[in-house]
Write a protein that binds this ligand. Sequence first.
Ligand SMILES: NC(=O)c1ccc[n+]([C@@H]2O[C@H](COP(=O)([O-])OP(=O)(O)OC[C@H]3O[C@@H](n4cnc5c(N)ncnc54)[C@H](O)[C@@H]3O)[C@@H](O)[C@H]2O)c1
Ligand SMILES: O=C(O)CC[C@@H](O)C(=O)O
Length: 399
Amino acid sequence: MPKALLLENIHPLAAEALSKDGFDVVTMKGALSEDELIEALDGVDLLGIRSKTTVTPKVIDACPQLTAIGCFCIGTNQVDLSYAANQGIAVFNAPYSNTRSVVELVICDIICLMRRIPAHTHYLKHGVWDKSATGSHEVRGKTLGIIGYGNIGSQLSVLAEALGMRVVFYDLEEKLALGNAHRCETLDELLEQSDAVTLHVDGRKSNTGFFGEHQFAQMKQGAIFINASRGFVADLVALKKYIDNGHIAGAALDVYPTEPKAKGDPFTSELADEDNMVLTPHIGGSTLEAQKNIGTFVAQRLSDYWFKASTMLSVNLPQITVGDCKNEARVAHLHKNLPGILAQVNQHLGAQDINVSAQSLGTEGEIGYAVMDVSAPLSQETIEALEAIPGTIRVRVMQ
Ligand SMILES: NC(=O)c1ccc[n+]([C@@H]2O[C@H](COP(=O)([O-])OP(=O)(O)OC[C@H]3O[C@@H](n4cnc5c(N)ncnc54)[C@H](O)[C@@H]3O)[C@@H](O)[C@H]2O)c1
Ligand SMILES: O=C(O)CC[C@@H](O)C(=O)O
């Protein structure tokens, strides 16, 4: 029986679905360290994680049986995607399932900070009644600067405009401006005019320290700052400096440079004492609706890959969408993207008088992936011959 290990309190629907598909499923509430993960992965075929578990080359090298990884979230920066692909491991995520939940949290953050709710709550809890409007604003008519206009940023754009905000955005890529949103050509152009700045870039390594001293200094006097992307993207020492000197009127953080691995683990922040500050524990995607949708979506991707070799929505392998096998067996051949490999695969099959009734090939960068339905089960000898083709990364046969 194939084994699946699900970490980080992944929604139970995922375990239920994989168990129903015939997997022996082990679940754990928290994330694991590199050594703990290596130990836990002994004999495991599928791994499910969220954002706290890091899958390094050392983990991958120690677990040759590992076939696929499901990131039950959007971000996949916690996995060495290229290394995984070159070791024959498919990685999947849920690109859309929690985006709305993040957007609603950020809308909440914007209004909270514009009305100084954290400060008022803090003072009232300590017996200070303050009805003054000082520093409090309607969001209507204010300018929201969205950095990273992807699935989350663009949805936020629509909801913010529905509240009467003016939206500007900055993205590295060409993006369709939704509604009346205006694309800024430079980040400084966005920072100079935004009353609220919100980060929704992805977790690529080059975004480490992306928003620091210069960017905070470029923000409008009295503007607010929100980061719901990845903690390592923003410099919190610089943020504290510009809150304490009055340049920034408040901030909301949902992500942090280092985060606890499990519920109840200790957490401290240099910003905890700031009065107009919203601190949330990486809950942008933590709604029952989002977690349910993620659980079923990613579990299905893992099952489809295991049983059908489908790489639909894989984040690190060429995407080949296939249905049920319509012949005796299905062969999935993952290889270096070199000329002549597919011909050699077909030659070996032909030499065994095995007919190929359907074949799909996809390539992406240095990786090639072929899926074919064949007229007879493959002998161990034939499988070994396919594995011996120079450039082969992994051969899987479903028969
Ligand atoms: N706080 C949470 O709980 C939570 C939940 C979901 C996602 N996230 C994080 O939010 C990120 C964004 O999610 P998404 O679904 O919108 O991803 P996405 O890939 O759809 O969008 C990211 C956008 O950022 C742009 N970008 C990347 N680096 C940039 C840079 N330096 N300058 C300008 N633009 C840049 C990309 O071109 C892309 O358009 C995820 O990668 C994840 O790390 C956090
Ligand atoms: O659920 C998580 O741990 C990560 C949530 C979020 O950062 C994501 O990448 O979707």
